[in-house]
Design a protein around this ligand. Sequence first.
Ligand code: ATP
Ligand code: IPE
Length: 262
Amino acid sequence: MILIKIGGSVFSDKRGEPENFDSPTVGRIVREMAEFYPGEEFILVHGGGSFGHRHAGQYAIREGLSGNAERDGRKKIGFSFTHQSMLRANAAFIDMFLSQDLPAFSVSTSSVFVTEKGEVVYADMEILRRLLDLEFIPVLFGDVSVDVAQGIDILSGDQIMAYLTKMLRPKKAIFLMDVDGIYDGEPGEGTLIHELTRDEVPALLERLHCTAAGTDVTGGICNKLKKAYEMANYTEVWFVNGRVPGRLAGAIMGNGFGTRLR
Ligand code: ATP
Ligand code: IPE
């Protein structure tokens, strides 16, 4: 099985209109997957992009419930708004697969995972395992979550990637980003790293100033690299540009352009 995450900036323009969806790019990514299906099993996870983040920020979902009944009442509305927005993104993805005759199936993240401080602490893996056995392509997404510590939170796609890697041991995990891979500095300044070993990741995190306490947990390259460091215990991890045709196929075949971590 190959696990793929499509970052929010790959399938939508975060600074554009709310809920914009780049159908040509997603259609092309689906075509690249179709070349390998059903010989290869896939699970897809997509991010929020111009869908979930707006409501999540507006209602401060990451701060959890406050204990104040009136504020929490509004927050619960925002929790549901955020989820509905992610369901619309997910529906757009599923439509792209179905229109190419691929049996993608929506798995609603917040119905499968429970979190604590943004990390998965409970998951019902049964349905995912059975969908894979039946050769479906499960499609999950960064979503809101019910949280044991603070009532509600956000579960990011990168956290889902790490958890699924631990539980399902894919032969490869691929992050599709809007840059060519991992750079040894800010993109534009640093140079692209083609091969990265797990041992080299702690020093890289330091160089990217990711080691300070309180680093952003929902997104950004620091969280992604920390999760990839955990994942590299179990599988090889690729970071490739999802906006450039052929890069995903290259990562699937193992000779792609981007960063390989192992
Ligand atoms: P989204 O783009 O929606 O936030 P994502 O999962 O695709 O989701 P991010 O978590 O934002 O991606 O991480 C990728 C971004 O991190 C890149 O777009 C890039 O601008 C930024 N970035 C900062 N430093 C680096 C680096 N050293 N290597 C690669 N990307 C970096
Ligand atoms: C965010 O998911 C989900 C919500 C805001 C509800 P991700 O954190 O995986 O999304 P991207 O890839 O950064 O957009």
